[in-house]
Design a protein around this ligand. Structure first.
Ligand code: PLP
Length: 425
């Protein structure tokens, strides 16, 4: 049974005993009516680490000092700047260094990866994805199948929750794979669904996909930096993620790409190439004939946007210090406390008309809880915003909240409960 209490003193004691407590001081918190907000939207845009400014300033200084020579003479030469991020990012997603590169933005990377890994044939041309995927992913998939001359209605198979349910059952994913085993070319799923916060069993889905001869890729926008991942061991073919959500790396910040080692030297893969993916030893010979770098680096098109990369490096250094194990441990507990608080508030008021649709099993979720607000959802959300909660409203009636373990406290969760109770009244 739960040992949690809906009491300020309890929350404060939890904070006192939290090994990650000091990291809250590493971030800037927005204020509203001169009070720090309860910031529960790290799943949409993570807060700014205080150290980010100095990382960016360093590159601005080197740019001022060196001009173009900074490519080779800056303290962290820009020519190879992305290499500074690789190992740290690889640890976050459970990959080998050569399987990861930080480059471009998320949707761009999904397209680049699908150019290589969605290779439909006459018989095997379908893409399996989750229903209600993030809109950008839907558009990417739609345009990819059209690009190859197929009709989205025919070529895209969506797996939806069963009638009356909110979550997608693993068994339904597996039977859909089996039922379409001769036609599925690619399985491309959001590893964690942005709307419900459901975390999929990527290992099992990857195995099932490979068994029928399909390629398996994941969009990890909501999973990277949130839950522990083991992309290499799970055998995932490819993945991409953004770094501005749980990874606090600036609005619209750079993205990560994963390509499994087994594809590292496959020169037969079609790809849209650019000079930064070309063998770096001869890159500046500016010669004809693309020779890809080994591994994920071979998918880079352009020289890196150094200021965005610097912001990501600042954040990765925090992740590297703390480690995903410690982050996951606190996340599990903090989210469970939030779930407890919401249930307490719900029990205490006859006016509470909401339910949490995110899985209650900690292995099937990350930091986010999605609250389905029956009836007056938007009004409730607006009052809570007015009382200092920064959460996220998704049409038609879901409030998404995500306490980020690096900077949110147990006291934030308790305060959220107080505000929720007040808003219901
Ligand atoms: C946030 C998010 C995106 C955003 O894509 P950008 O290219 O970074 O604008 C795409 N897909 C998913 C699943 C997301 O959660």
């Amino acid at each position: 049974m739960s040992t949690y209490k809906n009491q300020l003193s309890f929350a404060q004691e939890k904070d006192q005993n939290d090994p990650l407590r000091k990291y809250r001081e590493e971030f800037y918190f927005p204020t509203f009516h001169e009070k720090e907000v309860v910031y529960f939207t790290g799943n949409s845009l993570g807060l700014q680490p205080k150290r980010t400014q100095s990382y960016i300033q360093k590159e601005l200084d080197d740019w001022a000092k060196w001009g173009v020579e900074g490519h080779f003479h800056a303290n962290n030469p820009w020519f190879s700047y992305h290499e500074l991020l690789t190992s740290k990012a690889a640890k976050v997603v459970g990959a080998l260094d050569k399987e990861v590169v930080i480059t471009h933005s998320l949707t761009t990377n999904l397209h680049l990866l699908m150019v290589s890994f969605y290779r439909p044939t006459k018989k095997r041309y379908k893409i399996l994805c989750e229903a209600k995927a993030f809109p950008s992913d839907q558009y990417a998939l739609e345009s990819q199948v059209k690009f190859h001359g197929y009709e989205p209605d025919d070529a895209i198979i969506e797996i939806a929750p069963r009638a009356g349910e909110h979550l997608i059952r693993l068994e339904d994913i597996l039977t859909t794979i089996e039922r379409n085993k001769d036609e599925i070319s690619l399985i491309m799923i959001g590893g964690m669904n942005y709307y419900t916060g459901q975390l999929f069993d990527m290992k099992t889905i990857t195995e099932a996909g490979h068994k029928i001869g399909a390629i398996v890729g994941f969009d990890l926008a909501h999973a990277a930096g949130n839950v522990e991942l083991n992309l290499h061991d799970w055998g995932v073919d490819f993945a991409a993620w953004c770094t501005y959500k749980y990874m606090n790396s600036s609005p619209g910040g750079v993205s990560g790409m994963f390509v499994h080692e087994r594809h590292a030297n496959d020169a037969s893969l079609p790809r849209f190439a650019g000079w930064w993916g070309h063998n770096k030893d001869v890159r500046f010979k500016m010669e004809k004939g693309f020779v890809p770098m080994e591994g994920a680096e071979g998918w880079q098109l352009s020289n890196a946007p150094i200021l965005g990369m610097a912001a990501h490096l600042a954040s990765l250094d925090i992740f590297d210090e703390v480690g995903m194990k410690a982050i996951s441990k606190k996340r599990n507990d903090l989210t469970a406390y939030l779930e407890f608080i919401i249930e307490e508030v719900s029990k205490a008021s006859s006016k509470a008309e909401f339910e949490i649709i995110t899985p209650s099993n900690p292995d099937e979720r990350g930091a986010q809880l999605s609250i389905l607000a029956h009836g007056q959802g938007k009004a409730l959300f607006d009052i809570m915003s007015e009382l200092g909660v920064v959460a996220d409203w998704r049409e038609p009636n879901v409030i998404r909240i995500a306490p980020a373990p690096l900077y949110n406290s147990y006291e934030d969760v308790w305060r959220f409960g107080q505000i929720l109770a007040e808003a219901i009244q």
